[in-house]
Ligand binder design. Structure first.
Ligand SMILES: Cc1cc(C)cc(S(N)(=O)=O)c1
Ligand SMILES: [Zn+2]
Length: 229
């Protein structure tokens, strides 16, 4: 049986390349974002990053075994501009990474600091490719928006619509539908400054196909919303 990848010394990132060769590549994610080295690019300001999403209900949420994932293919969504050149990217899914405690859990770190969690909104290049699967085989195939979670006293209503369904999908492979209407726009912070770099899927198969756009400003969630077990 194929070994399950994970985060232990015997199946974690240090050994992923044995089963997933791309994990040994030169543009692997996540990275530590060193703010003193990050350079501003006036071109990015000229071509403003813009996004447009639809609100959807009855989206399917899945327990992936490593967190939750909401399947949200939206032919009417558009992510473009900024580092994406002339191509248009369409929302495919969004998912979350979190840790055992609120002191850890994000995939990217900023100057060595981890956040309590990290939301990824995954998009694919519909200008150049015919499907998500095809796009994931190309260096400009996917664009992922990363949003950090900070733990505070304020619950995030949109995240609550999602985590309130997790008791129905306690085990890997289980799925259910989210009855509430979800608008992905509400996941984004008010401050739209971001860091961007060319990277990869952060977990196996680690395809080097992602243009990363990581927002500087975190959104606030409660401890319960991001340390669900
Ligand atoms: C395995 C994998 C697939 C997809 C679509 C996205 C990711 S991530 N965490 O880089 O956003 C990972
Ligand atoms: Zn992710």
């Amino acid at each position: 049986m194929a070994a399950e990848w994970g985060y232990s010394p015997t199946n974690g990132p240090d050994v992923w390349a044995r089963l997933f060769p791309q994990a040994g590549g030169a543009r692997q994610s996540p990275v530590d974002i060193c703010t003193s080295i990050a350079s501003s690019d006036s071109n990015l300001e000229m071509k403003k990053l813009t996004f447009a999403y639809e609100s959807q209900s009855d989206l399917r949420i899945l327990n992936t075994g490593h967190g939750w994932k909401v399947e949200a293919p939206q032919s009417g969504s558009r992510l473009e501009g900024g580092p994406l050149g002339e191509d248009i990217y369409q929302l495919e899914q969004f998912h979350c990474h979190w840790g055992e405690t609120s002191a850890e859990g994000s995939e990217h770190t900023v100057d060595g600091r981890a956040y309590a969690g990290e939301l990824h909104l995954v998009h694919w290049n519909t200008t150049k490719y015919q499907s998500f699967a095809e796009a994931a085989q190309h260096p400009d195939g996917l664009a992922v928006l990363g949003v950090f979670f900070d733990v505070g006293n304020e619950s995030n209503d949109e995240i609550e619509k999602i985590v309130s369904t997790l008791s129905e999908i306690k085990f890997k492979g289980q799925f259910t539908d989210i009855p509430d209407v979800i608008d992905p726009t509400t996941f984004l912070p008010s401050g739209l400054g971001y860091w961007t770099y060319l990277g990869s899927l952060t977990t196996p198969p680690c395809n080097e196909c992602v243009i990363w756009i990581v927002y500087k400003e975190p959104i606030t969630v409660t401890e319960e919303q991001v340390t669900y077990h």
